[in-house]
Write a new protein. Sequence first.
Length: 250
Amino acid sequence: MLTKDRAICIRAVDYSETSQVVTFFARLTGKISAIAKGSKRAKSAFDGPIEVLSLGEIVFSDAVEEKLAVLTEYQQRPGRGGLRKNLFALDSALFAAELLNRLTHDYDPHLVLFDQFAQFLEDLDAQATTARRCDILVRLILFQLALLHEVGLRPVLNACANCQRPLASDWRECYFSSSANGLTCRDCEMSFPDRVRIGAQAANCLANVRQITGAQENTLDEIEHVLVHHFTETLGHVPKMARHVHKKLR
Ligand SMILES: [Zn+2]
């Protein structure tokens, strides 16, 4: 049976001289991996090699006993030219694609997340030539928070994840712990050896997501530091693209 869907390529690896194994995040289907036979030939059913972050309509046949589906058509939409002109925007998009790949399951659809990812890529692509680093960082952070929410891993960000005391401006110290799955207060932080200390501004931005848009670049870097820490703990390894995006804090 053939399935048609709108999809974004989130991973592509060479399978042979002429073929690729591609992973798509498809709107109605969820994540699928498929073999694209002959995709690297000049004349193929896929308009040339399939590129990561490209978007288009796919047709594929589910392989019942084999592991991979077979991609039979892919009409890539033109675009994404801007993204290739801004390395930080491109790295941020690749980082988001990596996280999406690692945190979603095959054939588990996430329509809202698909639309958010498509919008995230479109915004980065449109603004890549004029955007400042902090503008891109804002978009990446908002997508990462949306991703955690959609896959059911949203951390507790408006209170201490352990004692539920609400985050308030009189918190003199604030921490984030991946094992507590959220912010932890000064009284609870000792119970969570993986905690990292965060500043009041970064904590407030996490608690009030709207503030992220107007935050200073160093606050954004601090938030991204916390998120990279959280993704690292959740996945059990540092995401590959993290080092291209994440500025090590002093
Ligand atoms: Zn507490």
